[in-house]
Design a protein around this ligand. Structure first.
Ligand code: TZP
Ligand code: MG
Length: 220
């Protein structure tokens, strides 16, 4: 691979508003159409997440989103499936605590691809394996129906404690809406991640624009 596809200097900007896809919530519109609208509204990175499906479904969805993102400069990450990310030529992967070990994935992928890691506690955010991750996804901040097996919600103050021990770029996830962005300000975050707020929105571009403006306008 030639150089890092997403330069480290761009990472924090890329993390400002992360869309995590959910095909069921996108419905008949399809994931690529929702992604295109969300990017038009201001989403800065897209993570393809396919929980109920085969690896072939996952690969097909990643490739369809990749096509939708072509020419936008918005990076594409794959949730969990490192092999699919490599095969599709994605910009990175997002791993959970029970996915492949981050350090081994880093050795496999080398420095070129972005690796994100989900954490739900100060202990997880302080673990030595985090050093191999480019960024941490912290959550859930609030209760969410999107991930039924999510850990106990941290709340904004718990989130700030986890972010303080991250020592690397961090984004928040779980129950995030435009109305809740003020509660996330000054908590040591580089950005926010959303699934249902954008994927289930009647107009994903409008909701993404509202989230982006709310975050960019108030994060300092
Ligand atoms: N990880 C922690 S909470 C969550 C994930 C994937 C789901 C967040 O979904 P939503 O709809 O933005 O609350
Ligand atoms: Mg995962």
């Amino acid at each position: 691979m030639k150089g890092r596809r997403v330069p480290r200097s761009r990472l924090r900007a890329v993390l400002r508003l992360c869309l995590v896809t959910d095909a069921a919530l996108c419905g008949d519109r399809g994931v690529p159409a929702v992604v295109r609208a969300a990017v038009a509204g201001g989403v800065t990175s897209v993570q393809v997440r396919v929980k109920d499906g085969s690896d072939r479904d996952r690969l097909a969805q990643v490739r369809a989103v990749q096509h939708a993102l072509h020419g936008t400069g918005v990076p594409l990450l794959v949730d969990d499936a490192v092999d699919v990310a490599v095969l599709a030529g994605a910009d990175g992967v997002h791993l959970g605590q029970s996915d492949l070990p981050v350090e081994e994935v880093r050795r496999w992928l080398g420095p070129d691809l972005i690796i994100g890691l989900s954490v739900s506690s100060v202990e997880q955010a302080s673990a030595s394996e985090c050093a191999a991750a480019d960024y941490l996804g912290i959550g859930p901040v609030w209760a969410t129906a999107t991930k039924p097996d999510a850990a106990v919600p941290l709340g904004p103050e718990g989130l700030a404690r986890v972010a303080a021990s991250a020592g690397r770029p961090a984004v928040a996830i779980g129950g995030i809406t435009a109305a809740r962005l003020p509660a996330l300000r000054g908590r040591g975050l580089d950005g926010v991640c959303t699934v249902s707020e954008v994927c289930a929105a009647p107009d994903p571009a409008v909701v993404a624009a509202r989230l982006r403006a709310g975050w960019d306008g108030g994060r300092r």
